[in-house]
Design a protein around this ligand. Structure first.
Ligand code: FDP
Length: 344
């Protein structure tokens, strides 16, 4: 069979009435920007881009989430902003690296879409040469809004018209959904184009593999302790089977493993992060990943509610995340809902 390029796929999606010309252009632009980020990450130490953005621990190198910003975070953010400024497909964009939405410069035409992204997720893995990634979510700009503000971005995940991520690993891979299945494209480095490598991905309903940062165990809520305790008990426990554990600490890489061979990913609430509401960001991490996973037949909840139905209250809002193989997400969520019911 002849390989299908991303461009060809986008044309087919337009013909099928799944996307319009503006959304097709938006995805092309994001994919092109991610190729540049891939080149920058692949250079490693030779690119002179490792290490902190300014002096280590310097106020200038701390992003708005209070985390240390690496040079490649800054570079990736700039690549995505610059690529998306002039095409006429966006009304505005928002990024993990910027407190407020970025407006389209006056000299360029504006479009009808809002783009949100985490330019380089899993950034603590860059210096140790472990996979990192870009995550993005696309919403429609409400009618008649010419200067989108934060409130215009605060739409539930069910309103997303597209979501995707790119994992910069041994291969650079783009995973994309428009709400008509989840599809994977692999970057052909020689040709410089993304080529369809899996159409209509399905995550197995059941799994024997889970991903969680076990070092937080003592801080978890009781239902999480119960659920993971049962997995760890293996064949001697109530689940009657052994479970394997994986934790890359790069959400994109962990989700990509689940998209590929099944599994379940948790970043639950714990006593340390309770006040923040969770670890991962709703608008540009949890929502796009939940859309991708649901479109592949998996499930995504906060442990209590479906992620895609949450009404966002802030651009950089954090939420607990349970996602992956449907049966495991349902069991872990059931334990939380049941414990809440017993407490009420
Ligand atoms: P990072 O802070 O390195 O950007 O987005 C947050 C994230 O990475 C996820 O990619 C990853 O799954 C998680 O945090 C890692 O958390 P731990 O440091 O607790 O392992």
């Amino acid at each position: 069979m002849k390989p299908v390029s991303l461009i060809q796929f986008l044309i087919e999606e337009r013909r099928a009435g799944h996307i319009n010309a503006e959304l097709s252009l938006l995805i092309e632009v994001v994919a092109r920007a991610c190729k540049r980020i891939s080149v920058a990450t692949n250079k490693g130490a030779l690119g002179g881009v490792l290490g902190m953005a300014a002096g280590e621990g310097d106020a200038a190198s701390i992003n708005i989430q209070g985390e240390a910003q690496k040079k490649l975070d800054v570079i990736s953010n700039e690549i995505l902003l610059e690529a998306n400024a002039w095409g006429g497909h966006l009304a505005a964009c928002a990024s993990e690296e910027m407190e407020d939405p970025q407006q389209i410069p006056d000299m360029y035409p504006k479009g009808n879409h809002l783009l949100l992204f985490d330019p380089l997720d899993g950034s603590s893995n860059i210096d140790v040469n472990i996979s990192v990634g870009t995550i993005f979510s696309v919403l429609r700009c409400p009618d008649h809004v010419t200067e989108p503000k934060v409130e215009h971005f605060l739409q539930p995940g069910t309103e997303q018209v597209a979501a995707g991520y790119v994992v910069y690993g041994p291969a650079t891979v783009l995973v994309l959904t428009f709400g008509h299945g989840t599809h994977e494209f692999t970057l052909d480095r020689e040709v410089g184009s993304f080529v369809l490598s899996r159409r209509g991905i399905r995550i197995p309903e059941e799994t024997a593999e889970f991903a969680i940062n076990m070092s937080n165990q003592r801080h978890w809520e009781a239902p999480m302790q119960r659920y993971v305790g049962e997995l760890l008990a293996g064949t001697e426990g109530p689940r009657g089977k052994d479970f394997n554990m994986r934790w890359v600490a790069s959400m994109v890489a962990d989700v990509h493993r689940i998209i590929t061979r099944g599994g379940v990913f948790f970043y639950p609430l714990d006593a340390k992060i309770q006040a923040k509401g969770g670890k991962l960001r709703l608008m540009y991490e949890a929502n796009p990943m939940a859309f991708i996973v649901e479109q592949a037949g998996g499930a995504a909840t906060t442990g209590r509610a479906r992620i895609l139905e949450l009404q966002p209250t802030a651009l950089h809002q954090r939420v607990p995340v349970f996602l992956g193989s449907r049966k495991e997400v349902e069991t872990a969520t059931h334990y939380h809902v049941e414990a809440d019911g017993a407490r009420a």
